[in-house]
Design a protein. Structure first.
Length: 87
């Protein structure tokens, strides 16, 4: 599990409100964070927290449904599906 110190925080304000040089600088920060740490926390993106919470809830629900489906689907292993099998 990553610790707060292991996640780069990049403010997106300069990307949204800045000029081309600012956008390039922010893009480079994001690229460097993903390249070196694999993670980045985007702050000041302008998306309301309620919307962020809704999206996380949808992802969580979707992941749970996929897990249930995989347990009940006998052909959950792609290698068990041959071109000649009929669904």
């Amino acid at each position: 599990m990553a610790h707060a110190a292991d996640i780069a925080v990049v403010s997106f304000d300069r990307f949204i409100n800045g000029d081309d040089a600012d956008r390039k600088a922010v893009a480079k920060e994001v690229y460097n964070a993903f390249s070196s740490l694999g993670w980045v926390y985007i702050s000041d993106h302008g998306i309301p927290q309620t919307r962020v919470d809704e999206v996380f809830e949808l992802v969580d629900t979707s992941t749970q449904l996929q897990g249930v489906h995989m347990l009940t689907n006998p052909k959950r292993n792609p290698s068990s599906i041959s071109p000649s099998s009929k669904n």
